[in-house]
Write a protein of this length. Structure first.
Length: 228
């Protein structure tokens, strides 16, 4: 990432764990991740939105979500993540910030869309950290602005995947399943804490946003909300 497109805000920075990184690379290639994100955005209807919207991708990591937005024609893009190491892997025009999602470096009511693809379940202090992040999202969004969230969710399918990934033979037969288990073991504490609070977490979203679209299938929460 060019230096002029990266801003480091006064926030605690996170370092990447080499084991996690290796497992993530085995689980999904960048091209596969971009295609996955692009499909999710279409599910939310983003391909029908005005391309001039100002979009912020939280927990953006190496920026594949930003790539997906750009492939759909959006150009006013920004990303935020705690890891400078991951952000420097992004090679694109979006302005990115090493920043804490609980204290965003944006002015009130200045953005149109805030997007999260699997970051909230990494927060250590639930429900307080999620509530604070959603408050920040609400503050930054203009009236009627959209919040788009995809996170893991307890469903029969997810239970099946975890059951399979706990079996050594299944992991040896399918490297992606082995990578999934390694990722899970790395983030198990926050991941399980997130999955154990479905009603409480949905309440946090509903208190702050008008829910326009909601799905809890195939192990994922997909939620589209509008700022009240």
């Amino acid at each position: 990432m060019p230096t002029e497109t990266l801003t480091i805000v006064d926030a605690p920075q996170a370092c990447c764990d080499d084991t996690w990184e290796a497992a993530y690379e085995r689980f999904e290639t960048p091209q596969q991740e971009v295609a996955k994100f692009r499909g999710r955005l279409r599910w939310f209807g983003a391909h029908r939105w005005e391309r001039s919207l100002r979009v912020v991708e939280l927990f953006c990591g190496r920026g594949n979500g930003l790539v997906a937005w750009r492939q759909l024609g959006f150009e006013n893009l920004e990303g935020a993540d705690l890891s400078e190491q991951l952000l420097r892997q992004y090679d694109g025009p979006a302005k990115c910030y090493v920043a804490d999602c609980r204290k965003l470096p944006f002015e009130d009511g200045t953005r149109d869309v805030i997007s999260v693809h699997g970051g909230l379940h990494h927060l250590p202090d639930l429900p307080a950290d999620v509530a604070q992040t959603l408050d920040e999202a609400s503050r930054v969004l203009r009236p009627g602005g959209r919040l788009l969230v995809v996170e893991p969710w307890n469903t029969p399918f997810l239970h099946l995947v975890h059951g399979l990934s706990a079996q050594p033979m299944a992991r040896r037969a399918w490297s992606k399943l082995d990578a999934f288990q390694q990722l899970y073991e790395h983030e198990q504490a926050t991941y399980d804490n997130w999955r154990s609070r479905p009603e409480e977490l949905l309440g946090l979203f509903e208190d702050r946003f008008e829910i326009e679209r909601l799905s809890t299938t195939w192990g994922k929460l997909r939620l589209l909300g509008r700022k009240r």
